[in-house]
Design a protein around this ligand. Sequence first.
Ligand SMILES: [Zn+2]
Length: 175
Amino acid sequence: MAVERSGAGAALLLAAALAHAAPAHQHGVAQVDAVLDGAVLTVSLSLPLDSLLGFERAPRSAAEKQAAAAVVERLRTEALLVQPDPAAGCVREAVEIASSALGLGSAPGGAADEHADIDAGFRFRCADPARLGHVELGLMKAWPRLSRIEAQLAGARSQARQVLRRPATRLAWPR
Ligand SMILES: [Zn+2]
């Protein structure tokens, strides 16, 4: 899968999504904000660093740096983490990752804060967006310390809030 890693469009996408979501930080809880606008599906994640890495600060040892790099690589490349309904024919166009603790992107939040997140924005272009019935999330499979996903979904005509608890993986798209 071809992924444009950090175009200006992707950076704008993530900044807009973060400003919109402004999620609360809770360990074990992933915040998801998904918007379908025409043919473009945007899915923004805010993940507590503690739940992915077991620490919430800049990595220190070589092992911590390696673990952090592996998380970032997984978010960039693993299609199963965020998988729109195949019926809609969505192709991933861009991924943007930001985390102030990891020195990535321009994520909000000061270094003095005891908590830290990693944010990821995904943009898809869908051939048949009207057929989007769900979005499958592999986040809780990938990271066992995540136990809940709190999602806000916005479709063409309606919006919905949904909470997924392990082992649920599927967000139903609002009609
Ligand atoms: Zn925390």
